[in-house]
Design a protein around this ligand. Structure first.
Ligand SMILES: Nc1ncnc2c1ncn2[C@@H]1O[C@H](COP(=O)(O)OP(=O)(O)OP(=O)(O)O)[C@@H](O)[C@H]1O
Ligand SMILES: [Mg+2]
Length: 295
């Protein structure tokens, strides 16, 4: 296993028990979502994965070895496990965007011309190339988030942890960032661990979902499995994706013969509508899925 949490608890110094006996694991190359309401413990959990926080009980294993918390071990870990904070103001510090993105690779001892190339490339990937000379603190929050992502990608990590990847991003930027992450996962096997309460986004990228509530791991499974359990989703104060909810209503209130496996995304919904209309072949002529849809 790439990461394994064993009976992990975390109690903050004021006594708040933010994680309560959480055990979970996942493998290299997976696309994981940690889902839960505000205060359920998502950020606290992510902070244990690259040693920002130490468990107050239990253990974190990376590649089957317990994490060590001396500065050299943490540096080695953070080279491989990139972390994008929920608040990009916690991440950006250099006088210009360009210097901020260059900081990591320069620190790793990469030659200046190589670093320049990486900076240009990664700023291009996140759509921030034209802001290279600007001081990060003058950027909007969404722009800061994209620069923070560029800074982590410039380190060429094997694992990318992103806390609330789409918060503060406009719909187009959110979709572009999500597609970029999916591309890095499918092409280079980048392991993705994203924490969010955006239930509409989860089925677009996650293969596996862990749901937290009040610091406890309530359940794990595929988005299909978990979102089809309406009671469970309600119990943890979440909701189904909007498109799923629409089909739930059509099934219940209008007795439409909707498949028991409710669609979670626009492209799944489209297929189901065509099936219901007996027009299954119609979709094939126009190509599958919308540009912003994957699943
Ligand atoms: N430094 C801290 N000291 C004390 N309590 C904290 C600290 N950080 C977080 N908490 C508490 O721990 C619990 C979990 O917080 P956490 O930030 O992990 O939640 P979250 O799921 O990431 O929420 P959000 O969706 O709002 O980002 C909350 O009750 C929070 O008030
Ligand atoms: Mg959080």
């Amino acid at each position: 296993m790439l990461f394994r949490l064993e009976n992990l608890s975390h109690q903050y110094s004021d006594g708040t028990l933010a994680l309560d006996n959480v055990s979970l694991s996942f493998a290299k190359g997976e696309r994981i979502a940690i889902l839960g309401t505000n205060g359920s413990g998502k950020t606290t959990l992510l902070h244990h994965l690259n040693g920002i926080l130490k468990p107050t009980a239990g253990k974190v294993y990376f590649e089957d070895k317990p994490l060590e918390y001396d500065s050299k071990s943490l540096l080695d870990l953070r080279r491989r496990v990139g972390f994008i904070f929920q608040d990009p103001n916690d991440q950006l510090f250099a006088p210009t965007v360009k210097q901020d993105v260059a900081f990591g690779p320069l620190n790793l001892g990469q030659p200046a011309d190589q670093v320049k190339k990486l900076v240009d490339e990664t700023l291009g990937l996140v759509g921030m190339a034209e802001y290279a000379e600007k001081p990060p603190h003058f950027l909007s929050l969404g722009q800061k988030k994209r620069v923070a992502l560029a800074g982590v990608l410039a380190m060429q990590p094997e694992v990318l942890i992103m806390d609330e990847p789409t918060s503060n991003l406009d719909p187009r930027a959110a979709s572009e960032i999500l597609h970029l992450l999916l591309h890095l996962n499918t092409k280079y096997g980048l392991t993705l661990i994203l924490a969010t309460h955006d239930v509409d986004m989860v089925p677009l990228f996650a293969k596996k979902l862990f749901i937290l509530s009040k610091g406890k791991l309530v359940t794990e499974g595929s988005p299909k499995e978990l979102f089809s359990n309406a009671d469970l989703i309600r119990d943890v104060n979440l909701r189904s994706p909007r498109i799923t909810h629409l089909f739930e209503v059509l099934k219940k209130e209008n007795n439409l013969p909707v498949d028991n496996q409710l669609p979670l995304t626009i492209s799944e919904a489209r297929k189901e509508i065509l099936r219901l209309l007996n027009l299954e072949d119609a979709g094939k002529d126009r190509g599958e899925g919308e540009s912003h849809e994957r699943d």
